[in-house]
Design a protein around this ligand. Sequence first.
Ligand code: MN
Length: 328
Amino acid sequence: MLQQIETSGQRLHNLISDMLDLARINAGKVQLERHLVNIIELCQICLKRIEPSAQHKHLHIVTAFDMRVPNVLADGQRLKQILLHLLDNAIKFTSEDGSIGIETKGDEDQRSIRVTVWDTGIGIAEEDFPQLFQPFRQVDSSLTRSYSGTGLGLILVYYLTELHGGSVSVTSKPGQGSRFTISLPWNLEHPETLSPDYVPTSVDRPMVLLAEDDLAVSDLLKKYLQRKGYQVVVAYNGAEAIEQARTVHPAIIIMDIQMPEVNGLEAIKQIRTEPALSHIPVVAVTALAMPGDRERCLTAGANVYLSKPVSLHRLSETIEGLFQQAEE
Ligand code: MN
């Protein structure tokens, strides 16, 4: 039952965030945050994410990566969103024991990088191609249709790829499978802004300072982080967070933004002004998820911004990522 609650909650969350994304795109409010993205690494992260659902259907996963494909200047989160939508679709429309795959290919002459997600699923008739990129449409929209989902995935793929200056193409045969390819410009310019460097702090069990005023949330996060092998101290407002940071010198700070007395943004700013603390990576975790909120957190000095509801898995991935960065 817990599993079902989690799955349903996740599905609802995905639906709402897809709808919000679509609304933002339509309002011209989506801005890409471009940085150099290692395409192969990104594909592997996505594959890891979908592995359980592929295994559940006994699907065979095939990869073919073009090792010459360099880092591409793109919005990594958005690119991940594109690939996950394509992979989810591939899984959804492929029956048990079929295959799905992901391929990357660099085309130096065309100055383009192509990522293809393919499957051996039900396929799509050519006359149905135009419907693919219509919101809320599935090719089989009958009441007895066999596939769940809102049909928002592909239109997001289409818009997000266009925003990158790329394009989406489809080839498919009913009964044999489909291939969705996104082409991105082979762009090698360096980004203007790189994230700041961190000084590594190494202890056996790294200390995490968790600033969060909601008891239910802080309790959950604390237990989870402890289970992941971290030591955790909790602060219930920004002032406490600053105090604790001075006392325990944590390896990382997880900071809620809306907190009583001293809010998270002020606390981050203060921490950044103190030489003994200024190097500590800060993850802002907040329900402020409107355009501009990410920038406000980053401008205040946070290294990473995660919007609530945050997935525990994502949070620990982010923390590990920050530690890895610190070691490099
Ligand atoms: Mn709060």
